[in-house]
Design a protein around this ligand. Structure first.
Ligand code: PEP
Ligand code: MG
Length: 547
């Protein structure tokens, strides 16, 4: 048995085989092949499959985003069949006697460099298309979907690090636990693990090779360790612990259906955070009163191109209908920083967390924003949707947003399209928003405090940087004072204030939040019942006296 230590992101026990996850892109190895004809045939066959995929993508895009935007897939089809490209791949296989994956990767690199060096803007833009084509071919050749998990049974996913887009694309039914060598406890990948309610470790000192791949292992999320090939005693202990945790969970189930009200009658809204429509099942299982944060950017991260108005509308409508009248707060896209989408074609930034992210993208690229708003407003006619805007720092931003929303409503009305009138709130996740919260409160229907970013920006600590985890003091008095202040300013203006950052789920602070008058806590679904338990057992006035 080998034991490796990491930092825990979510507790719980996972027992299963390890699956070493390799990123699609850099996994191309150069290997010698004996049968050159066979390798060339393999390449041709992969090319045919890629062609089929591109045709399907073209059709999908044609329906969803129109001919002009779909045209890129026609360009890709032409490139795939381009004589120079095909000749180059075949000649590398032939002259070097190497595998097709390697020949495609080298050709892709050469061609994209050649395009990138051209004077003509259009031709330069083709460099990315060539890369895309070669990656598609390599994925087909390697026999899988890029980023997918090729295993029949659910596994413990072991990776160097995982980007949010990789995590969302994984088939969740196949993941028992995430264990990464790098990563930070406050990263979105960690947040996703919490939403999925599965044990996860980061910063784990484990090798990523065949010495562990496919081996039986146990992840102990509360202790922050993974046992590879556990001995019988450890296995038995872990099985018993798992059983105990499951019994605890069952006990909590008895709290389902109860109101979130303290012993002295203070009511709190207890909502769930989700990133995906697939999370709805756990939201309902855990008896959430609504959805306090739907991170809509995950729809974008899961797509290969901008999701259309119709696609988004269907998703928002489904969430609203499934929640059957309960409130669903959808945050407009928060792309940027660690959540990157290639097709946004954002310029490289020195400090992405301080750069063009979230509402800044929406206000500078209103066509993207308006598509999302149209979908949200239309879906609002089917349920209790509220819209929430991230990364607000100034009053003018919310005023500008309201102007755009009015414009979109006007356009929908002129087109005779049905829409609703959702509440609109802002996230308080910058120190600036806290300081101007009294004025901001007069402009919106609610506040939701994003403590993850608020902590990052207040303590000047990159939430992505694992080396700073020890400095990332989420209980810092500055943060707690800011939360208190936001709640007070919200109440002065007659609106409510909640917390949707990870701190809202911190059981050590639940009583303190109640004492501050926080009206809503939006947390990962698995945290709802444990928080309800504390709420039911708390006398807030007593707590205030003794704190
Ligand atoms: C936050 O910053 O606290 C928040 C909820 O948003 P995200 O974690 O998605 O940045
Ligand atoms: Mg945030």
């Amino acid at each position: 048995m080998q034991t490796y230590k990491g930092k825990s992101v979510f507790s719980g026990i996972a027992i299963g085989r390890i699956y070493v996850y390799e990123k699609g892109e850099q996994q191309v190895r150069r290997t010698k092949v004996d049968d050159i004809q066979k390798e060339k045939d393999r390449y041709r066959k992969a090319s045919e499959t890629a062609m089929e995929q591109l045709k399907q993508l073209y059709e999908k895009a044609l329906n969803e985003v129109g001919e002009e935007n779909a045209a890129v897939f026609e360009v890709h089809q032409m490139m795939l069949e381009d004589d120079d490209f095909v000749e180059s791949v075949e000649s590398i296989i032939e002259t070097q006697g190497v595998n097709a994956e390697y020949a495609v990767a080298v050709t892709g690199d050469n061609f994209s460099q050649m395009f990138a060096a051209m004077d003509d803007d259009y031709m330069r833009g083709r460099a990315a298309d060539v890369k895309d084509i070669s990656e598609r071919l390599i994925t087909v050749l390697s026999g899988g979907v890029s980023g997918g998990i090729q295993s029949e049974e659910p596994v413990i996913v072991l990776a160097d690090d995982l980007a949010p887009s990789e995590t969302v694309q994984m088939d969740k039914d196949k993941v028992l636990s995430f264990v990464t060598v790098h990563g930070s406890v406050n990263s979105h990948t960690a947040i996703l693990a919490r939403t999925m309610g599965i044990p996860a470790l980061i910063g784990t000192d484990i090798p990523l090779d065949e010495s562990v791949d496919g081996k039986m292992a146990v992840v102990d999320g509360s202790k922050g360790c993974i046992y590879v090939e556990p001995d019988q005693e450890t296995m038995e202990q872990m099985q018993a612990k798992k059983q105990e945790e499951e019994e605890q969970k069952e006990l909590l189930q008895q709290l389902k259906g109860r109101d979130n009200v303290t012993l002295d009658g203070q009511k709190v809204m207890l909502y769930a955070n989700i990133g995906n429509i697939k999370d709805l099942a756990t939201v309902i299982q855990n008896d959430a009163g609504g959805i306090g944060l739907f991170r809509s950017e995950f729809i974008y991260l899961e797509s290969e191109d901008f999701p259309s108005e119709e696609e988004q509308f269907q998703i928002y409508r489904k969430v609203a209908e499934t929640m059957a009248g309960k409130r669903v707060i959808i945050r407009t896209l928060d792309i940027g920083a660690d959540k990157k989408c290639d097709y946004f074609e954002m310029e490289e930034e020195e400090n992405p967390a301080l750069g063009c992210r979230a509402i800044r993208i929406c206000l500078t690229r209103p066509e993207i924003f308006k598509t999302q708003l149209r979908a949200l407003l239309r879906a609002s006619a089917y349920g209790n949707i509220a819209i929430m805007y991230p990364m607000i720092t100034s009053l003018w931003e919310i005023r500008k947003i309201k102007e755009i929303v009015a414009e979109v409503k006007h356009e929908l009305a002129a087109q005779g399209i049905e829409y609703g009138d959702p509440l609109q709130g802002v996230m308080i996740e910058t120190p600036a928003a806290v300081i101007i919260s009294e004025a901001l409160a007069k402009e919106v229907d609610f506040f939701s405090i994003g403590t993850n970013d608020l902590t990052q920006y207040t303590l000047a600590i990159d939430r992505q940087n694992p080396k700073l985890d020890d400095f990332y003091d989420s209980h810092h008095p500055a943060i707690l004072e800011m939360i208190r202040m936001v709640a007070e300013n919200a109440h002065k203006a007659g609106i409510w204030a909640g917390i949707c950052g990870e701190l809202g789920a911190d059981l050590e602070l639940t009583k303190e939040f109640l004492a501050m008058g926080v009206d809503e806590l939006s947390v990962s679904p698995g945290r709802i019942l444990p928080i309800r338990k504390i709420i039911l057992e708390t006398d807030v006035s007593e707590y205030r006296k003794n704190r």
